[in-house]
Design a protein around this ligand. Structure first.
Ligand code: AMP
Ligand code: MG
Length: 474
């Protein structure tokens, strides 16, 4: 075990110098309070659960104190936002404090989001509000518990600083952990500014720090691109299988590690709706739930474009053609597991689609109907309007379902981070009551196991909670 004060830093990204990031000090929150902390995330840094009660913890993660060996930097990047290239992005309100090396020898980026303005803040105030910080915290840790590749969240702090969005809110900070904060947009920035030497340097850095195995391949750059593509396709397969809608799949929000990154107006589906758009600001439905696989492929194509100085265009095109087949293969495997289908069959996609169609026309709750199906609960029928169509689907399903109830429960969560549950926790936290955020976080750590006294968290959303509008302004 380590203690908070003696974390070991090795700041490799900062060492790349000022072309890649700018030195910026955090701008502290006034009168900071610790809202919530993840014990699981503490472990990644070899820290025990009691570290969070040390006053130093809140001081460090609200920008008041800093380790002498940390080197806070704002990273520069660009990216495609809603399909259009934006040459001017970067960490506008977050700082990479440094890279902590744990006892297993892993480097973990400590990124403090909401740490004040930077050279990349443009018109923004450099702040994050309590609402969005809690949403990112809960989602990171909930996705991780579901087995979905994601950045992690260590804690949220809140201060008295007023921050103005649609209304006056409180400023907060989120400490995000990830093995890297390099985004597709980092590569795009150096490609479109024609800084090919720096692009090469970034590529080498990413190979060494994120994809060292690719160094042993005959063409390391191509091997890395292939690995990013595969990981991204797998991540999207998890999102689709779990009913997770990201909401802002801009290329600056795409991690080079293929992990879920930069949570904004995300949502887990309630009633299954393939065309669900969770981002209130996404008027054209570009990032609708069913479009996520194609958008991810489009984003990987943006990365491919930025790698054209090093990899032949035809080679990249051939690789890109593998994206959807890779996604489909993983998606079907995940759904077979959810349904308990032991063997892969030619009719899998069709049989699955038939179920999703029935859910769509019935507005069936995605998670509860799958969970009841996993438990062979006859009440599953109540989720469907066309009972006879569902019954005939069910007969075919039962004829091939091989996994035990226990195995199927372990693939179908009972507790899901529905928007209304997050909303309840946020409303209480805004009144300085952090119990509900902590309770919800605690329940979502074990989403597959029935937990005593947690029935209310496994219920259908109330009417008010079905159509919450979440926008980009966070
Ligand atoms: P996001 O939609 O959170 O991924 O942010 C897109 C870009 O806008 C990133 O470069 C952010 O750093 C920047 N940004 C978002 N909110 C703010 C803010 N309040 N102040 C400064 N920059 C921001
Ligand atoms: Mg972003």
């Amino acid at each position: 075990m380590s203690t908070l004060a003696d974390l070991h830093f090795d700041n490799r990204f900062a060492a790349l110098g000022d072309t890649f990031s700018s030195k910026v000090m955090p701008d502290p929150l006034h009168n900071p309070r610790l809202v919530v902390c993840s014990e699981d995330a503490l472990q990644l840094l070899d820290l025990g659960p009691t570290e969070a009660s040390d006053p130093l913890f809140t001081e460090l993660f609200s920008g008041h104190k800093l380790w002498s060996t940390a080197e806070p930097r704002a990273m520069v990047y660009s990216g495609h936002q809603f399909g259009a290239y934006n040459p001017q992005l970067g960490d506008g309100r977050g700082l990479l404090l440094g890279e902590v090396v744990n006892q297993a020898g892993e480097h973990w980026d400590l990124h403090l989001k909401g740490a004040g303005s930077t050279p990349y803040s443009r018109m923004g105030d450099g702040r994050a509000v309590l609402r969005s910080s809690i949403r990112e915290f809960l989602a990171s840790e909930a996705l991780h518990a579901l087995g979905i590749p994601t950045s992690r969240a260590l804690c949220v702090t809140v201060g008295d600083n007023p921050v103005y969005r649609e209304r006056e809110e409180r400023g907060a900070m989120l400490l995000r952990l990830a093995r890297s904060h390099i985004r597709f947009g980092h590569f795009e920035y150096f490609y479109y500014t024609r800084k090919h030497d720096e692009l090469r340097q970034l590529l080498d850095f990413t190979l060494d720090t994120c994809y060292p195995d690719c160094r042993n391949q005959p063409e390391p750059e191509l091997a890395m691109f292939r690995a990013v593509l595969k990981r991204t396709a797998r991540m999207i397969a998890h999102w689709q299988a779990s009913g997770f809608c990201h909401g802002v799949m801009n290329t600056d929000n795409m991690s080079i590690l293929g992990i879920t990154f930069d949570f904004g107006p995300y949502a887990f589906l309630d009633a299954f709706d393939a065309r669900h758009v969770c981002n209130h600001s996404d008027h054209e439905g570009r990032y609708a739930f069913h479009r996520q696989p194609l958008i991810a492929q489009w984003n990987v194509a943006c990365l491919a474009q930025a790698l054209t100085p090093f990899i032949a265009v035809d080679t990249l095109k051939a690789e890109l053609a593998q994206f959807i087949p890779t996604f489909e293969q993983h998606y079907l495997a995940l759904m077979r597991r959810r349904l308990g289908w032991g063997d892969a069959r030619a009719e899998d996609a069709e049989q699955l689609d038939a179920l999703l169609q029935l859910m769509q026309t019935s507005g069936a709750d995605y998670h509860l109907s799958l969970r009841k199906l996993a438990e062979d609960n006859p009440l599953v029928r109540d989720h469907f309007i066309d009972r006879s169509a569902f019954d005939s689907w069910l007969r075919e399903h039962q004829a091939r379902c091989q996994a035990s109830t226990r195995e199927r429960q372990a693939a179908n969560p009972l507790y899901v981070l529905r928007n209304y549950l997050a909303q309840n926790a946020i409303a209480a936290a805004e009144q300085e009551d952090f119990d509900e955020v902590r309770r919800l976080h605690h329940i979502l750590r074990r989403p597959f196991e029935t937990q005593a006294g947690a029935d209310a968290y496994a219920a259908m959303p109330p009417d008010w909670g079905k159509h919450l509008e979440i926008s980009c302004s966070s």
